[in-house]
Design a binder for this molecule. Sequence first.
Ligand SMILES: [Mg+2]
Length: 348
Amino acid sequence: MYLHIDMDYFFAQIEEKRRPMLKDKIIAVCVFSGRTEDSGVISTVNYPGRALGIKSGMPIATAKKKAPPADSIFLPVDREAYTQASMFIDGIIRKGCDKVVQASIDEWHVEDSDAIQKAPKIKEEIEKKSGLTCSIGVAPSLLGAKMGASKCKPDGLLILDKESEEKLISGSDVEKVPGIGKKTGEALRALGALKIQDISKIDPGNLVETFGRKTGSWLHELSLGEYKSELGEEKEQEEVSRIGTLKMKTRDSYILLEKLSDLEPEAKEWLMEKKKSYKTLTIIFITEDLRTHTKSTTFSHPLPWNSSTEAEKKKLIEEFLSENPMMIRRIGIRFGNFLDLGGQTTLF
Ligand SMILES: [Mg+2]
């Protein structure tokens, strides 16, 4: 059996959790392009915002017209916070299951013979430990699991057996099936197939001719209820970071450096295990207003995992303190811009 685990309105839910007093307000996480105050698009919006027709990809200015200013908040993407939450949830899922592939920052694909028993436990564990809800689909195929999860959103769990899986997929509108894009959906409609089951009436040769061999035969199989599942390859992690909360808000560079020395070994252990060297070192500052700021250095050549970062860290912290008057609440370190060392760990 397969599981598809999908966090509910992930970025906006994290922001909601950080600001419980905003729970019933419209929370939109935005990618601000910076050209004018409202340039950019909505990344994620919570359900009260969706109810007003605000969606991902919508221009911020359009969304603001739909949302009463007193009841809404438009926040910038806090990549660090979402990555940390994602890594934390990834750990929970991997502890419980064997074959896990993280499909995106907030989605996981799992193959597990014990999926039906495990699914409710994983869901509960994620909510208990992270405070965030997710939706899980369980089905004999990954496609069924994906469609199951989106059907039961938000905060849902849907377990499908072979029969109900086939019913869900074959009765679905063609463009609602993951893997069928807008163009393919339109072409299928033009051929008279509105639902997946209708595709079976189209001659397979015609499908191959219209969509090419790979997509054509996939569509044909889909219409017959044959769903192949592959977990796929895990995406290479491109950076590693650790963030910690300071005991007290501070601007004392000594305390900040000390906190970083606590966090750094864990990130470096990862670099060592994966045999990575890095070119970019970033210090992450979360100020008392909950905003995230970063300061980075990119070196001209890759550094091995065990190289000293003391001088750079100090420099980056001082730079930040001289530019920003706020107290710091959390601090973190990130290594990125990797180069594989292969077996040559002693190259440097
Ligand atoms: Mg999601």
